[in-house]
Design a protein around this ligand. Structure first.
Ligand SMILES: [Zn+2]
Ligand SMILES: [Zn+2]
Length: 317
């Protein structure tokens, strides 16, 4: 289903998700969507491709390093124009400058979630490795909902889809027959609306709203940030919404049995997880707990600097 105007280049990432899909569009405005992470392996793979392909413009779908990391290098070495949504564009524009503060905020969020100190060090190390996979890059073009941008020979429309990150972007072809989705829509993976820092508390509720909005949008074939292309977006969205509903019902049930921190309830929800998946497990749990709290189904209180959750009305049960 890959449209004739796009090439898919698999660029390696060190994350469990595997390659990132970097899309190349030849033509009047030769362009890349999501150049990949700043790692030696990714650069090797990308520069081998660029030896045979001219590029003038790149767009990153969101600021995560596996998608945006090489933007700065392409901007400085190849003189390409960089475009992004204005929110995530600002994040990458201040990437190095805000790194320490960002990691401190993640640490604070994980502590409040009740993560034991022996796991904190590992997560902190993971965070620092990710910081190093992107360079500060000031985008030349900041996009907003409804803006148009030419990639290759085609015109695309920006859809602002907050959730996975606050400035996540979909790029839909003007004929509405194809859409680059970044990590907002993936065929087999439920994207994580990272919810650890105090500033990202509303990420999961925002993501669910984005999914409900996208149910109403013609998107055509989806060119996602990872994995295979797919043309059944309405079904993928329906399943993602259903998945969230089931997770939240289960969390509410677990808290009705006994209250707990996000960490303790994540253990009960996911069981034993490998160390490198703990961060995303806590993040997803925090996101659903916040959605439940907003719906009045769960309450939280601070106990010695740690947030403890319980099901609403649990005392009467
Ligand atoms: Zn991402
Ligand atoms: Zn990704």
């Amino acid at each position: 289903v890959l449209p004739s105007w796009a090439e898919r280049w698999g660029i390696p990432t060190p994350f469990p998700v595997g390659d990132v899909n970097t899309f190349y569009l030849a033509g009047k405005q030769p362009a890349l969507v999501d150049p990949g992470p700043k790692t030696p392996k990714a650069w090797q793979a990308l520069s081998a491709r660029l030896a045979h392909a001219k590029v003038r413009r790149i767009v990153f779908t969101h600021y995560h390093a596996d998608h945006s990391g090489l933007s700065a290098r392409l901007q400085s070495d190849f003189g390409v124009e960089v475009a992004a949504h204005r929110i995530d564009g600002e994040v990458l524009a201040h990437w190095g400058e805000h790194g320490e503060e960002r990691q401190r905020d993640y640490g604070e969020g994980l502590r409040r979630a009740g993560v034991p100190s022996e796991h904190m060090e590992q997560m902190r190390y993971g965070g620092l490795k990710i910081e190093a996979m992107a360079d500060t890059c000031k985008p030349d073009i900041l996009l907003d909902e409804g803006d148009r941008i030419q990639l290759g020979d085609l015109e695309f429309e920006a859809l602002h889809t907050p959730g996975h990150t606050a400035g996540s972007l979909l790029l839909r072809s003007a004929d509405k027959r194809a859409t680059f989705s970044g990590d907002t829509l993936l065929e087999r993976i439920t994207p994580n609306a990272v919810s650890v820092r105090a500033s990202e508390r509303s990420a999961l509720p925002a993501y669910l709203n984005t999914l409900r909005r996208l149910q109403q949008e013609p998107l055509g074939v989806i060119l996602p940030g990872h994995g295979n292309l797919f043309d059944n977006a309405p079904e993928v969205i329906r399943l993602a919404l259903r998945h969230a509903e089931v997770r939240q019902e289960r969390l509410e049930r677990l808290l009705r049995e006994r209250p707990g921190t996000a960490w303790s309830v994540a253990q009960r929800l996911f069981g034993q997880l490998p160390e490198n998946q703990l961060f995303l497990a806590v993040s997803e749990t925090l996101g659903h707990l916040e959605a439940l709290r907003r719906a009045g189904r769960v309450e939280s209180r601070s106990e010695g600097g740690v947030d403890v959750y319980e099901a609403s009305g649990a005392a009467q049960v």
